[in-house]
Design a protein around this ligand. Sequence first.
Ligand SMILES: [Zn+2]
Length: 424
Amino acid sequence: VPIDLLVRNASEVVTVAGGSRAPLRGAAMRDLQRIDNGAVAIKDGKIAAVGRRAEIEAEVAPSPETTIVDAGGGIVVPGLIEPHTHLLFAGSRVDEFHMRVAGAGYLEIAARGGGIARTVAATRSLSAGDLAAIGRRHLDLVLGQGTTTVEIKSGYGLSTDAELAQLRVLRRLSEECPNTIVATFLGAHAIPPEFRGRRQDYVDLVADEMVPAVARERLAEFCDVFCEEGAFTVEESRRILAGAARHGLAAKVHADELSLSGGARLASEIGACSADHLNFTSPGEASSLVARGTIAVLLPATPFFLLAPRYADGRGLIDLGVPVALATDFNPTSSISSMLFVMFLACLHMRFDPSEALAAATINAAHAIRRADRAGSIEPGKLADLLVLAVASHREIPFYVGRNIVRTVIKSGKVVAGPPDPRG
Ligand SMILES: [Zn+2]
């Protein structure tokens, strides 16, 4: 069989296979499938074969046109899957970071003009072309960090026109950029300033006008709600998500990030695709996620970056059998965009085992955005999205935090970061 690209000389190929139908949970997150001295053959942007080098080289025929990627004794893992970002935004909030490290609290920063409203104003004022340029830069950044599939939320428009405009930019980016992009509508991110004192009107606008408009243009697959004190109540969130479901948008919930808001309970009641954050979720509410198959998406970079040291009980969730994924939450106040760094934080602050962190950043993250049928593991027929990392074992990944261990990024069968090694 002639092939387009061959990756060989890997100390191990961690395929993370076996979780395409249902996410990995419990002990299965620790026991990842891998192949020592492995190779991966790629044809037409898909994985054609994966196995031991000798088997693969006997089975497939590299031609003079075949690109050879020599892993140099490093490891090969699936391209990382990022299931929760807000990376399409304008303006910088670095000054809020400076205030925070100087000791200012959330309320003080808000009183001095910080917060979501500031990003909304900056993002609304940009042309589609200028916003797309920012999106392209952020997508290049995360691709170089090994993220080949990325979920991106709207939510810095907060009017029908501005939300639609952001989602149209995402659609344009998904046509132009190599990254796989999954779009989520987050009109219920905050009550915009012009609706202050009229929150019910805004909830009606999101549910009755924005959701149908987003669905009509097929601009998003998911609808998310910031269910939190000061944002949207459980009942408001339920109303928006139920309407979104009727329009074919699957539910996600920002749940229990800053307090026990009831978001996780709502997610399990409505059978949401994912419940995200869960910093304050009780074990009882967490175990209700298991029955509905809701993925727990944990975001340790947010409390880390915001100096709010309350982390989700990742260890407890995994031990309860909840399918757990990781994400960065890359947004204007938290600049962490690296899934590898998030894997480190999950080990350090949530007591993940390194193998669990990799499962959570690949196949389980793919389930959180309904891409597990085509991404998240190295199996024949899936998208040829994979990384060569300059470590000897996947168990070393979180140890080398802060070092760039990404040697090569392959997206849909093409080397998009790091040069392919010279032939032979
Ligand atoms: Zn978020």
